[in-house]
Design a protein. Sequence first.
Length: 382
Amino acid sequence: MNDNPVRSRQVTREELYEQVWAKPVRTVAAEYGVSDVGLAKACKRLNVPRPPVGYWARLQHGKTVERPPLPPAEPGQPTMTTVGGTSSTAAKPKVPAGVPRPEIPTVVVGERLTKPHPAVQVLVKLLRDAAPDKYGALVITGAGGPAFRTSPGVRDRALRILDTLFKALEARGHRADATESVAQGYHRGHSRMKATVNGQDVDVSISERMSQRAHMPKAKPTYVYEPRYDYVSTGKLVLHVGSRWSSSSYQRTWQDGDRQRLEHLLGQVVLAFELAAAELIQQQQERERREREHAEAVRREAILQARVDYEKILAADLTAMADAWAKAKHIREFISAVEERLPADAWTDGTRAWLVWARQHAIAMDPLREPNKVPKRLEPNV
């Protein structure tokens, strides 16, 4: 539970205007204990203009950006609004549609790392061999981004948070683990931290936010390349649950704020794993439903096509039988005509044998010799 709850505060248009143009909206929102969207709604209610996208980046690059003045309040528009939470209870996590809202468990992070979880032991081993990157952070590479990335000074705190999280997950019947190297999709040789909840693997990563500052060149010029910016540790951690790239209906990211630390949010994080697993199951069921519908559509299309093809076969067979019957009839008429025209003295044993063969040939080619076999079934065997 948060020991320093954020209370609601009233703010005037002028105060809010000065605040959002003095600091990034995310920073101001954290001070009020609301989301970026919540603060944006407050600005909209009071008709307070906000910095455009890229404003702070342009300022850091030394560019001049025009700041619009605060417009006069319109008739009937409020000049003050309430911003911030009203309760000391931790915010309840968003849950996917159809999933009952669970109670947030109490999770307490210890002051020291004692009897670390096996997954944390793997991380400690990997970090022992990790060298700081160009930003001074220790990095364990994961699929699609770092699985663990902090400065050396924040490393132990991040490990304690993960250790407590993994143990809390296993206390609820789930399994947590970390791998030294795993082949995941197109990624090879990367590590992975995850929990298996109801048969679903849910990833987790933790990183430290770095502060960007203009690089101070050395007093004496050198021929060594000097970066434009320096990155320094802020000590503020960000924890992410689930896939980095897919959308979801539950909260996936938690971070240190000015009044609330990540340790106080682990109960929500534990629930996020279960919500993520429930959503993955729903997505799997939805995929299976779509696959069944697709297979059924393919089956129906195959039946329809088989009927069309069989109809062509029936028509061709009918035409062939009618032609064969007409030819057989024509041959029989021809044989009768031969018999009528043939003089009596021309009848020989050979003549009689030929006439017998001709009649048998006409019978053989006539489909009506077996009339019960002429009609065919109208439906194909599918």
